[in-house]
Design a protein. Structure first.
Length: 232
């Protein structure tokens, strides 16, 4: 199954909505996109409904859970990320492919605080969203291996090391968003230079194991209940 065939957990029903219902749904999505981009996944759903000019019950009729609204908003961005990953994985120059993928991932993070939270695994996903997330992760691993096989990416770099780049970028993006919104690119390219085989030195600590990475990830995850508690 290609990423174009993956169904959304929140696709618009086959039967067209009434005009007023469609107008309400569109207003909710527009308000949520702005609120989530500015405030992250913990944005107030009451605030979203208020900005959209609808009652909170109307919001929940269209999107029964916060996760349903999140996936409706961000499946398109995951599709964009998957397309970039597939292109990067197919590049003859594996180092350029690796850099292109990392730059695209961080660019999408920088454009939207909620997507930043999402790729940092701050919210669990439904089946369709999880499939897209896992596909992006698998492609990222393949891109990394391509570069290692060509001898341009140091051989001791692991998927867990790439996860640290994503997590660190999340903090840098948030801290510099209103001060120097492209500062993340400097940090990313410093890290990319550190990943090159040329000039590599032995590292003082081993990489995290998969189990340690999962335990670390659990401290970053934001359950739906947690997100509700974070609402403004």
């Amino acid at each position: 199954m290609s990423h174009h065939d993956i169904p959304s957990a929140c696709e618009t029903p086959a039967k067209p909505l009434r005009r007023d219902a469609q107008r309400n749904r569109d207003a909710i999505v527009a308000a949520a996109r702005t609120a989530f981009a500015e405030q992250g996944l913990g944005a107030s759903l009451e605030g979203v409904a208020r900005e959209a000019g609808v009652a909170i019950g109307t919001l929940y009729r269209h999107f029964p859970t916060r996760l349903a609204l999140v996936e409706a908003l961000f499946n398109a961005k995951y599709t964009e990320l998957l397309g970039a990953a597939e292109e990067a994985a197919a590049m003859d120059d594996a180092w350029k492919g690796f850099c292109r993928f990392m730059e695209k991932l961080c660019q999408l993070q920088a454009c939207d605080r909620a997507f930043n939270d999402l790729v940092s695994a701050r919210l669990p996903l439904h089946a369709a969203g999880r499939e897209m997330h896992d596909r992006a992760k698998a492609l990222g691993t393949q891109i990394m291996r391509n570069a290692q096989e060509q001898g341009v990416l140091r051989g001791d770099v692991t998927a867990q090391d790439i996860a640290f780049v994503i997590w660190s970028q999340a903090g840098i993006i948030q801290a510099t968003r209103t001060i120097a919104p492209t500062a993340w690119r400097r940090h990313l390219h410093l890290m990319l230079d550190a990943f090159r085989t040329q000039g590599a030195h032995d590292l003082p600590e081993p990489p995290l194991t998969s189990e340690q990475a999962d335990q670390t990830l659990a401290t970053l995850e934001c359950t739906e209940e947690d997100c509700r508690e974070q609402r403004a």
